[in-house]
Ligand binder design. Structure first.
Ligand SMILES: [Fe+2]
Ligand SMILES: [Fe+2]
Length: 167
């Protein structure tokens, strides 16, 4: 069957995808904060949890701008990334490499978000949704800065610690 779906439909579908993903991430971050061993890691996860609340709100503003109800659409990619993180929490519990593993999961989450927001910004520009662009860019900047902080945390502490054998 021929279809008349356009970039507008793609934009809306992807907005629903990342809205669902952000809400899942909102639930996952406190669990990651609880599981992580370093104080700096815990603080980082909790700080990004607060930022993520803002990401959900910005997406709600974008839905409003395009006159659509804010609704999520199941995102299997984020579910998979989050379950891999939960697997690390279980399998590396109490081990020196736990934090290195948790940081790697968190970076997989950030990179998923960075990919989605990058696409949404390009499409919003194409569609002339000029009020949506700064909202999406503000969130993208926070995802990128979180990704960088995670790299620093891994390189400064977690990877070194993870190399040690358990006593
Ligand atoms: Fe986010
Ligand atoms: Fe994020």
């Amino acid at each position: 069957m021929a279809t008349t779906k356009t970039l507008n439909d793609l934009f809306l579908d992807t907005l629903k995808d990342i809205y669902y993903a952000e809400k899942q991430i909102l639930k996952a971050l406190p669990k990651m904060a609880r599981a992580t061993q370093s104080e700096e890691g815990k603080a980082g996860f909790l700080q990004h949890r607060d930022e993520t609340q803002g990401h959900v709100e910005r997406l709600e503003q974008v839905f409003e701008l395009i006159g659509k109800p804010a609704r999520g659409k199941t995102c299997e990619a984020i579910q998979g990334i989050i379950s891999e993180g939960e697997e690390i929490m279980e399998e590396f519990k109490g081990s020196p490499a736990l934090d290195a593993g948790l940081i790697s999961s968190a970076q997989a989450v950030e990179h998923y978000e960075i990919a989605r927001y990058g696409t949404l910004i390009a499409w919003a520009n194409q569609l002339g949704l000029s009020d949506a662009v700064p909202l999406l860019k503000a969130t993208l900047a926070e995802e990128e800065s979180t990704d960088k902080k995670l790299t620093q945390l891994a390189e400064a502490q977690a990877n070194v610690k993870g190399k040690r054998e358990a006593a």
